[in-house]
Design a protein around this ligand. Structure first.
Ligand SMILES: [Zn+2]
Length: 475
């Protein structure tokens, strides 16, 4: 799950309907969703000791019980613990399929760090607690519930609907979306993909602020800075010191900013969020959205970390090591620099820029390779933003306004990475739409006492159902 989208200090509470007025009548599906959600949370799907296959098999069994044929529900993957599930509702074939993706794996959680057992589904004070309640078993439960509901209703869409629940989004060596693209592209090929792991719907207390459609995301890359030296006895030091070379290089990096880069999606995002924001920041957002952007406004916004991350590629030192003894001159000094690269910029150019900024031949910059499950090196590529599809943005507008009134729909770019990068790179335009509201001031994904609002998930089921109907019901 990507980072929250807003610096909330700057958000005005906009006119939105109180949540209580919006609670929908959809009782019949809620007990089923509750059962599925509990089952998923109770199954540990961490990389260390968990098992994604058990969760995939459990969801497959539910779909088969609801009437899906053996052929229309596949469970497959590269290892016993890392199997993915793919299910299909057949449509009339008038339009090309739509793919829905969600990951079944969760981030590690230690019992002693939590108030309750993270792998036990607990209902308390209007929330469901447990690892994965917010990232993203709630969304997996929403999708499985609605696929069962549509099957039982005998719904025949005008295009196939594909549900894919996968392994290793959070880590691990067997990313399920990547594996399916390589091994079974025909199972999941689609006109476009909706990823429930991005595009947060944001609420603050009782007010729904905005709904997002994530159409782009930055690319993750690590680089190693390394300084090597012959070393020697520390009683006779020289100025030529590996730690000093590296420290000076990092200081130059600290004061460097990559050039501003604003694309269609972030420009639109700045314009729209200006409407939800008060004071000078609102004016700066509008000025940054102009073509060309106002440089002074961009500079002021860049002082706010979240806006800075939306305005340019960022590279930051994240790990440091060096030396081998307290009384020896260091022979090595190393730092990891983590970059989040703008979607249309070439990672190879970013490395060249780092070398230029560091400007010291005694500090080498090297790619830190990412490895695929088969051990091969994953080549970093630019991830094309997905062009906003009128069909889908209209469907979002209609369904959001019908259910939630005048809450805006905003296109967004994630500063973090999701599985959407894999489907986009494979040529399937991908849109992050979380379908349910999260409290922006209380994001516990990957953290302690992760939770989700009970009414939020039940509203999410209905919203997701309405959206699927809107994009696939025969007209
Ligand atoms: Zn996630």
């Amino acid at each position: 799950m990507p980072q929250p989208k807003f610096c909330l200090v700057f958000l005005a509470t906009i006119a939105a309907l109180p949540l209580a007025l919006l609670a929908q009548e959809h009782a019949p599906v809620n007990p089923l969703a509750h059962e599925i959600f509990k089952q998923l949370i109770d199954i540990n799907t961490t990389d260390s000791v968990g098992n994604v296959t058990i969760a995939a098999e459990a969801m497959a069994a539910r779909l088969r019980d609801a009437g899906f044929t053996e052929q229309d529900v596949q469970v497959a993957g590269p290892t016993d613990r890392k199997k993915n599930m793919v299910a299909r509702i057949h449509g009339s074939g008038k339009r090309k399929p739509v793919l829905f993706i969600g990951h079944l794996d969760v981030v590690e959680a230690r019992r002693e760090d939590w108030t309750t057992d993270p792998f036990e589904f607990i209902e308390k004070d209007g929330y469901f607690y447990g690892r994965g309640t917010n990232d993203m078993k709630e969304s997996d439960a929403i999708l499985v519930t609605n696929f069962i509901r549509m099957k039982k209703e005998g719904f025949v869409p005008d295009r196939d609907l594909i549900l894919t629940l996968t392994a290793d989004e959070e880590g691990g060596n067997y990313n399920g979306v990547d594996w399916l693209i390589k091994e079974h592209r025909d199972w999941i090929d689609a006109e476009y993909c909706i990823n429930l792991d991005a595009g947060e719907f944001e609420k603050q207390g009782d007010h729904r602020l905005l709904t997002a459609i994530q159409a782009s995301e930055k690319v993750y890359a690590d680089f190693q800075l390394e300084s090597l030296n012959a070393g020697g006895h520390s009683s006779v030091p020289s100025k030529d010191n590996a730690i000093y070379h590296l420290a000076a290089a990092l200081t130059r990096l600290e004061s460097f900013s990559f050039p501003t880069n604003i694309n269609e999606i972030t420009r639109n995002y700045f314009q729209q969020t200006a409407e939800l924001t008060q004071g000078p920041v609102a004016a700066d957002l509008r000025a940054a959205a102009k073509q060309p952007p106002n440089p002074a406004a961009v500079t002021r916004l860049s002082a706010i970390p979240y806006y800075n991350a939306l305005l340019r590629t960022t590279c930051v030192a994240t790990m440091l090591s060096g030396g081998h003894a307290p009384n020896a001159l260091p022979q090595t000094a190393r730092a990891n620099v983590n970059c989040r690269i703008f979607p249309d910029e070439d990672p190879a150019d970013i490395r060249k820029t780092l070398e230029r900024v560091i400007a010291d031949p005694k500090v080498a910059v090297a790619d830190v390779p990412l490895h695929a499950a088969d051990g091969s090196v994953v080549r970093l590529v630019t991830v094309p933003p997905s062009p906003l599809l009128p069909e889908l943005t209209h469907a979002m507008d209609d369904t959001v306004h019908a259910m939630y009134g005048n809450v805006p729909v905003v296109a967004s770019m994630s500063t973090g990475a999701t599985d959407g990068r894999i489907t986009r790179t494979a040529g399937i335009p991908t849109y992050g739409i979380s379908c349910m509201f999260f409290e922006v001031n209380d994001n516990r994904a990957h953290g302690k006492d992760e939770r989700v609002g009970i009414q939020d998930i039940y509203d999410g089921i209905q919203y997701n159902y309405n959206l699927i109907q809107q994009i696939s019901a025969p007209k």
